[in-house]
Design a protein around this ligand. Sequence first.
Ligand SMILES: [Zn+2]
Ligand SMILES: [Zn+2]
Length: 376
Amino acid sequence: MKKPPLILFNVILFTILTLITIIGVPFWAITYGFSNVEIITTIILFFFTGMSITAGYHRLWSHKAYDANIIVKVVLAIGGAMTLQNSILHWASDHRVHHRHVDVNDKDPYSANRGFWFSHIGWMMREYQSERYSDYSNCKDLQKDSVVMWQHNHYIAIVLIANIAVTAILGYLNGSILGMMLLAGICRIVLVHHVTFFINSLCHIWGKRTYTDCNTARDNGILALFTFGEGYHNFHHIFEYDYRNGIKWWHFDPTKWLIKGLSFIGWTKNLRKCPEDRIQQAKFAMQLQFAKEKLVHKYPNPDEVIAKLESEYELLINRCNEYYTTKKRLLRVQQRQLKRTVDGMDLQAKCAELKAAFVAQKAHFTALTNLSMHPA
Ligand SMILES: [Zn+2]
Ligand SMILES: [Zn+2]
């Protein structure tokens, strides 16, 4: 099959940036060295511009996972432009298609089923979907956002002014414009490129399918370290409007912490979360499915064990529903400030009781699924 034509601008741009980073930067480091100010500026700009993509382009604009005030929006729009990943409107349009048609080779713009290279960077090298490039009909909401349209209409100017001005001024103040531009400008852009590209490539290849196996997305705590928290990509693909990707407090998700942190000063609001019971039930369904697959391979006649597992699973879902329904009722009662009434006290005791029953069944079911995988 004939390949679509190359997008020469992108090929040349990626090639020049990469060559400067792998040849020019080490040469400069050996010949002149980089100062601490240059290194620290690079680290700060790496996090600022990378998280402008994850918190801004991705969770704020593509998924509407929270609302932000104008200051946050403008800062994220400038930071995102500094990564050379196209305008918010274009990026979000591609990303919404990715979620809608994930893994469908002729629709998903960076389908992981076309391999690592394609989903990482190859999709930007050729005109694979040229008919879609200026079709923003899936982003009508964003076309009403003045910050999005300002950034889209002045994208090139913002890219050049923000990147060149910031690094040149800081470099001038620090005594070397070229040194700062090499490290905090070009090298930082290349690093942010690849860590964010990993979300489309490695995060669809390496890791666990904790919540769904309907697509290739994976959860991977190691990748979360390099992707500003976006490594919990299996969760993200099933609960895409949740402002978190790592849902446990200990999951490394600096993007989630930034969004939450800004909510304390009122700069972000309406942080959306998927209901806890839906998250838990998606996980239990996958646990059951994996355990059944293992049992079929391990036992000649697994029907009896599978039947037992399924009945325990049913019980678990019932306990889960009972507990969360009562918990929601309790919250409603508390919200109506009936906490101290007899009603409230009764409900509180009942909720604690149901929680204990649910937790016990969860432990029992998990032990059973583990046992199925490693029979004595
Ligand atoms: Zn994805
Ligand atoms: Zn997404």
